[in-house]
Design a protein around this ligand. Structure first.
Ligand code: NAD
Length: 482
């Protein structure tokens, strides 16, 4: 059985403990590879290697760093098909999603930051006749990057690329649930000629390998994407060593549909924003508020389009809905469907585990599920489910829907559907959310700030925000002599 390896000091290696964890293919419900069960010892080795590499990497020019990062981007592009297949098998996502979204974006992340670092600039502040201040933005040192399973290579590279482009060396941990493409990336980094120790990838459990990264005193910053509870733990644990923190956490995003919207475009996009990647995208809109005048029509059309979605083997070209990432996550989703029923919810479509025939008979599949008749403030509508489950609710006024939308502890993203320009701007301003899409969803410009408010996190990724996070500012004040 294939054994995934760590990537430390430029080489692929076994974990110090010699122990491995099972890695499941969720579409067939079987173990198909083994993951290093790394511990503090591996993290210490990785940090030492990163510290050595930092002496050279931090003094290179942005152009020089660009050349190797762009090679990694090109190698990801070259291996699009095999990486997409690996991602689909590891995660359960439909192959067409991995091929059109995950892997192209991983390549773009490296391309974007390889070039962005060459355009990055810092401020100067003139004191007329007295002095000139300028700000140096210098790499921090060794930084930790920890990522989740829903968009494995996409989110892993979204952190690593800016960290490296800014001149840091990285100790990264992909999730133990979907580690395969991070392992394949380490091979591509070797092929691209990334100097040893600049990037180290340590596989293993969050509570062991991840915690060791967070607790290491020479790791100066942590960029983390994952659950809010883990984020809370990291914030507490990182505080005594004053690490810089960027936390991209959970969401419970509202999708607000006004009667004057472009109905067809809204409907098609709402099916995607509800169920893409089995609803396992932090930006999916799981609370759908629909203006009363079109509620009944929307309900019928939305349920019809949803029940037409093809649930199947993720590797089949016509599959829309693949497998849920793990058995325990599937159980969690199903338990939320039960909770919704207890809370008075009515299932319009879906609501069950799906048993497929053949190769995927033991896979973890759940029907895309629409629930109505729930109060906006019940648990189903307040807690993150992170699966193919949405709730639809009617509203009458703008004030009312804003109150519903802003009622959760989360504030990651929101969508607003309306042709009324004034209303779009007014609502966008009042939403408690880091990202607002008007008449669209998941349209991403990598230059824009990305992140959430409230319990959805702190700090922003994307564009120069990430380069600011991954550098330390130093003000130099030069007195002007007579
Ligand atoms: P998770 O918090 O369980 O794990 C995320 C990562 O943290 C994994 O690599 C895990 O091994 C590691 N980890 C776990 N415990 C740790 C610890 N004590 N110390 C250090 N590392 C630790 O999250 P998940 O289940 O993998 O991902 C799903 C969550 O991620 C959802 O809540 C989703 O909303 C969120 N998410 C947020 C964004 C965003 O941009 N805001 C994007 C994607 C996913």
């Amino acid at each position: 059985m294939l054994k995934i390896e760590n990537y430390i000091d430029g080489e692929l290696s076994s974990p110090a403990s010699g122990k491995y964890l099972d890695n499941f293919d969720p579409a067939i419900g079987k173990v198909y590879s083994l993951i290093p069960d790394s511990d503090e010892k591996d993290v210490i080795d990785a940090v030492e290697s990163a510290k050595r590499a930092f002496r050279d990497w931090s003094t290179r020019t942005p152009e020089d760093r660009h050349d190797v990062l762009i090679r990694i981007s090109q190698l990801i592009e070259r291996d699009l098909d095999s990486l997409a297949e690996a991602e689909s098998i590891d995660n359960g996502k439909a192959l067409k999603v991995a091929k059109s979204l995950d892997i192209p974006r991983a390549s773009s992340n490296f391309k974007f930051y390889a070039t962005a670092a060459m355009h990055f600039a810092s401020e100067s502040h003139q004191m007329v006749g007295q002095a000139i201040n300028y700000t140096l933005r210098q790499p921090i040192g060794v930084v930790g990057c920890i990522s989740p399973w829903n968009l494995p290579l996409y989110l892993f590279t979204w952190k690593i690329a800016p960290a490296l482009a800014a001149g840091n060396c990285v100790v990264a941990k992909p999730t133990e649930i979907t580690p395969m493409t991070a392992y394949l990336l380490s091979k591509l980094c070797i092929e691209a000629g990334l100097p040893k120790g600049v990037l180290n990838i340590v596989h293993g459990l969050g509570t062991r390998a991840g915690a060791a990264i967070v607790q290491h005193e020479d790791v100066k910053a942590i960029s983390f994407t994952g659950g809010t509870k883990t984020g809370e733990w990291i914030a507490r644990e990182a505080a005594p060593t004053f690490k810089k923190l960027s936390l991209e956490l959970g969401g419970k995003n509202p999708n607000m549909i006004f009667a004057d919207c472009d109905y067809e475009e809204m409907l098609e996009t709402t099916v995607r924003s509800s169920f893409a990647n089995q609803g396992q995208i932090c930006l999916c809109g799981s609370r759908i508020f629909v203006e009363k005048a079109i509620y009944e029509k929307f309900k019928m059309d939305f349920a019809a389009m949803t029940s037409d979605m093809k649930i199947g083997d993720p590797l089949n070209a016509d599959t829309d809905i693949g497998a849920i990432v793990s058995e325990s996550h599937m159980e969690k989703i199903l338990s939320y469907i039960d909770l919704a029923k207890e809370e008075g919810g009515e299932i319009l479509t879906g609501g069950n585990r799906v048993k497929l025939q053949g190769r995927c008979e033991n896979g973890y599949f759940v029907e895309p599920t629409i629930i109505e008749n729930l109060a906006y403030d019940c648990r189903t509508n307040q807690e993150e489910i992170f699966g193919p489950v949405v709730s639809i609710m009617p509203f009458e006024t703008e004030e009312e829907v804003l109150r519903y939308a802003n009622s959760t502890r989360y504030g990651l993203s929101a969508s607003v559907w309306t042709k009324d320009l004034s209303r779009a701007h007014r609502v966008a301003e009042k939403l408690e959310s880091g990202i607002v899409w008007v008449n669209t969803w998941l349209l991403r410009d990598l230059r824009t700030p990305f992140g959430g408010v409230k319990d959805s996190g702190m700090g922003r990724e994307g564009g120069f925000e990430a380069l600011r996070f991954f550098t330390e500012e130093k003000n130099v004040c030069v007195k002007i002599g007579q």
